[in-house]
Design a protein around this ligand. Structure first.
Ligand SMILES: [Zn+2]
Length: 88
């Protein structure tokens, strides 16, 4: 099983290269030189991830807002009930 290094373009055996999170294969030589990814792959990866991150953070923000609103309504409800008890 051979893989082409994404950095230098050399074809190396699978056990002599590393597959990074961007699904690129980096050979041992390039790894030793400190290269762990190529920028095009990283940008491609983040462009794919960004919509999911936006949707998730938006959903989290909505949930937090709902929780605060529910708590606020709950506290107001208690206060209203107490006032009703006092003035009746
Ligand atoms: Zn390489």
């Amino acid at each position: 099983m051979f893989r082409k290094c994404a950095v230098c373009g050399f074809t190396v055996a699978r056990q002599y290269c590393h597959k990074n999170r961007y699904k690129e294969y980096i050979c041992r030589t390039c790894q030793a030189a400190g290269v762990r990814f190529t920028w095009p792959a990283r940008l491609r990866y983040w462009r794919r991830q960004t919509p999911a991150i936006i949707v998730l953070s938006l959903a989290a923000a909505i949930l937090v807002a709902l929780a605060i609103w529910a708590l606020y309504a709950f506290v107001l409800g208690i206060e209203a009930a107490e006032l009703h008890k006092i003035f009746s």
